[in-house]
Design a protein around this ligand. Structure first.
Ligand SMILES: Cc1ncc(COP(=O)(O)O)c(C=O)c1O
Length: 484
């Protein structure tokens, strides 16, 4: 090059090109800048200038501000999370315009920004939103619709704002109806953060001290996990008689249970079906002692399992009290407890029930629209069909990758359990975290679950297409083949 002098303060744009390998585009989105810098190298030092400090993303400041103002324990996904500000169907978009496939969001049951839900919320917002002690059509119409999805005897609905509140109220209803305070709960479960729902939560992934710190009114039975735990595979049939014996022992020790609570399909373990007949035996035992059967359907209910609208249907039982939330509001804070009239009436012994915004006009309009969409757009069938296709793809991956110990689940509630050894089933915890991070780079939102955080929790919006789940299966295949 010929030496030339440029006037001072002339702006120079310099681009480096690697002598071989991929050629960089003229401009890249900030999310990809670091990766391209690795390929291209630093241009500054070649011109005798200091190296640039490297790209800094505007979201970095936002994250720092978040850490300053939001409680640390209020978690967010990922150490370096993309800043997601938009969603559509099963897709999420970050502020750089990168599109991610959302495979984890059971809260967004009908898909992000569903036009019917947006329209229902907007319309009702313009008309009226108020506390739910007023008399308006929405709460009644929505109550009737929810009750119609349940067996006839579950005819009375309470509205609250979240899953934690729904479980809390379900427990308090059982206590009020029986006049007792003891509760039997399945271990390794998460039921919420409020006082009572937290008391029956023993998942060590959510609280490492969970088992040692239970209040004296909480009694537990083993997690009926047929893949790991005391009884595996065909042996899992032993969980039910052992739980029954435990309940008998708890009663013999003087604690008469107000109720028994568990997820009707083991969501916290990654979508593991309870052993066949488990709830029939355990519900019968708790009822024999005068207690009530409480079903936590917060994750698994509402069509997600594909073949069954409610998880308890898979077990061939009818609970006394059902707690629902998450997907019923498609991201809007909404929870419901459904029970029999005589149980609901017993709450009066505790006083008067109201939840200011539970079932408010806007919440009821959204809940109604969500249920309509699930029913009219055939989303339960979609969960069954697309879920079966995805499960088959994951099973197929399992034949090539020994790290896949088992594919769990039903419909669009699936779990891929990673193990270091298929015999011992040692959980592949670190590997699962790394796989989730790699999947994010490949454009898929996925998170670990389970007490060992070694299961991919696959619970996308119910409208997810076959093409999208194929993208996820391909991304997982690529990760397992090329490393994480
Ligand atoms: C099974 C189950 N029950 C209850 C809850 C609590 O729901 P929320 O987070 O809406 O309070 C959760 C939340 O993850 C859950 O998974």
């Amino acid at each position: 090059a010929t030496a030339a002098e440029l006037p001072a303060r002339t702006r120079l744009f310099a681009r480096g090109f690697p002598s071989d390998g991929p050629q960089p585009p003229a401009r890249v989105v900030p999310a990809l800048a670091l990766a391209w810098r690795t390929v291209v190298g630093e241009v500054g030092p070649a011109l005798g200038l200091p190296a640039s400090p490297g790209p800094r993303h505007p979201s970095d400041d936002l994250l720092e501000r978040r850490y300053r103002v939001v409680a640390d324990v209020q978690e967010h996904y990922y150490t370096a999370p993309p800043q997601i500000e938009r969603g559509w169907r099963e897709y999420l978009m970050d502020v750089d315009g990168r599109v991610y496939l959302d495979m984890v969001n059971n809260v967004a049951s009908v898909g992000h920004a569903h036009p019917r839900v947006v329209e229902a919320a907007t319309r009702q917002m313009h008309l009226l939103n108020t506390n739910s002690r007023f008399h308006y059509g929405g709460i009644t119409e929505y109550g009737e619709k929810i009750a119609a999805t349940l067996p006839d005897e579950l005819d009375t609905v309470f509205f609250v704002n979240s899953g934690s509140e729904a479980v809390d109220l379900a427990l308090r209803l059982a206590m009020a109806a029986t006049g007792r305070r003891d509760i039997v709960a399945m271990r390794e479960a998460y039921h919420g953060w409020t006082f009572a729902s937290d008391a029956v939560s023993t998942s060590i992934a959510d609280n490492p001290f969970a088992l040692e710190t239970r209040p004296d009114w909480v009694h537990t039975v083993a997690a009926a996990n047929s893949y790991r735990g005391a009884h595996r595979d065909a042996d899992a049939a032993r969980y039910a008689p052992e739980a029954v014996a435990d309940i008998d022992r708890i009663v013999a020790g003087g604690a008469l249970p107000a109720g028994f609570v568990c997820e009707t399909y083991f969501g916290n373990a990654g979508g593991v079906a309870l052993p066949a007949g488990y709830l029939q035996e355990v519900y019968a035992a708790v009822r024999r002692h005068g207690g009530l059967a409480i079903a936590d359907e917060v994750q698994v209910g509402f069509g997600r399992l594909g073949r069954w609208f409610w998880g308890f249907q898979e077990q061939g039982v009818v609970p006394d009290i059902v707690a629902a939330a998450k997907s019923i509001g498609a991201g809007h804070p909404l929870g419901a407890v459904i029970t029999r009239r005589e149980i609901a009436d017993r709450y009066r012994t505790q006083g008067y029930f109201f939840s200011s915004t539970g079932g408010s006009p806007v919440s009821a309009a959204i809940g109604s629209a969500v249920l309509d969409v699930i029913q009219q757009e055939g989303l339960q069938d979609n969960a069954r069909d697309v879920g079966a296709h995805l499960a088959a793809r994951l099973e197929d991956l399992g034949t090539r990758h020994p790290i896949i110990g088992r594919v769990h689940g039903s419909g669009l509630y699936l779990g891929v359990e990673f193990v270091r050894d298929r015999e011992t089933r040692e959980p592949a915890t670190a590997e699962t975290a790394a796989i989730c991070d790699r999947l994010l780079e490949l454009g898929v939102i996925m998170q670990p679950t389970g007490d060992h955080q070694n299961v991919l929790k696959i619970k996308p919006p119910l409208c997810v297409t076959k093409e999208s789940v194929d993208y996820f299966a391909d991304a997982l295949a690529r990760t397992l083949e090329t490393g994480w």
